[in-house]
Design a protein around this ligand. Sequence first.
Ligand code: NAD
Length: 246
Amino acid sequence: MRLKDKVAIITGAANGIGLAAAKTFAREGAKVAMADFDEETGTKRSAELSAEGYDVAFFQVNVADRTSVDSLVQNVLVHFGKIDILINNAGITRDGMLHKLSAEDFQKVVDVNLTGVFHCAQAVVPAMVQQGSGRIINTSSVSGIYGNVGQTNYAATKAGVVGMTKTWAKELGRKGINVNAVAPGFIETGMTAAVPAKVIEQMKMLVPLGRLGLPEDIADAYLFLASDESKYINGTTLHVDGGIMM
Ligand code: NAD
C-alpha cells in the first residue's frame, strides 16, 4: 500500500475525478477526507466506501469561502489527527465566448478554481509545516496550458494554478512540502457529459491514444504525486492527456 496511514483531503470528491481519487487513495491505505459542496452525493459515496471497510469521511465545504475551508481543515484535524496530502481537485466551468461571457460567470470560475485552490493550500500549510512534511497537488487543465475556445475564465484559472504551483514549490520545498500539478486532457466526467457526440469525436482525433481519459487515469497521477515514488518531484505540471500536449 503506497499511502498507508496517510491522511488526504480531496476536494471535489463527491463526483468524477475526485471520487475516483478517493477510491484509489482509500485502496492504497490512506484515510480520506472527501470534501465537496455536493453534500447529498458526497455523503452517499463516502458511506459506500466506509461500508467496504475504508477509512473515509465526508466533509461539506465550499472552497470559494475561506471560513468554510478553515472549518474543513479544523474538522479534518479533529477527525483524523493530521493532514499529509491535499488534492486541490474541485473545479467548475461556466463556458462562453469572450463577447458573451458575463462578469458574473468570469468571477464565479475564478472564485472556485483559483481562489478556492489558494484557500485550501493556505489553510493546510500550517499543519504540514509543523509536521515537516506534506504534499499539495493542484489540478490544472490542457485549457490552461494552450487555451480553449469559449473558456476565457476556465483557461485563466487553470494557467493561474500552474503559476501558484511553481511559486508554492519554491516557497515550501525547504519545509518538506512538495507542490505539483496535474493537467488533465479530456476526461469522461459530469464536466464533459453535456458535450455533443460530434465534438467528442473531434476531441478523440486530437488524442494520440485515441480515447478520452477516465477519471481513474487522473486519480493514478494524483496517487503518483502523493506517494514516495515522487519524493524528488517538485513544481512540475504532469500532463495526463493521452499525448495532446506534445
Ligand atoms: P465534476 O464536475 O465531475 O466534479 C467536480 C466536483 O467539484 C463536484 O463534485 C462538485 O460538487 C465539486 N465542486 C464544485 N464547486 C465546488 C466548491 N465551490 N466547493 C467544493 N466542491 C465543489 O468535474 P471533474 O471532471 O471531476 O473535474 C475535477 C477537476 O479536474 C476540476 O478541477 C476540473 O477543472 C479538472 N479537469 C477536468 C477535465 C475533464 O475533462 N473532466 C479536464 C481538465 C481538468
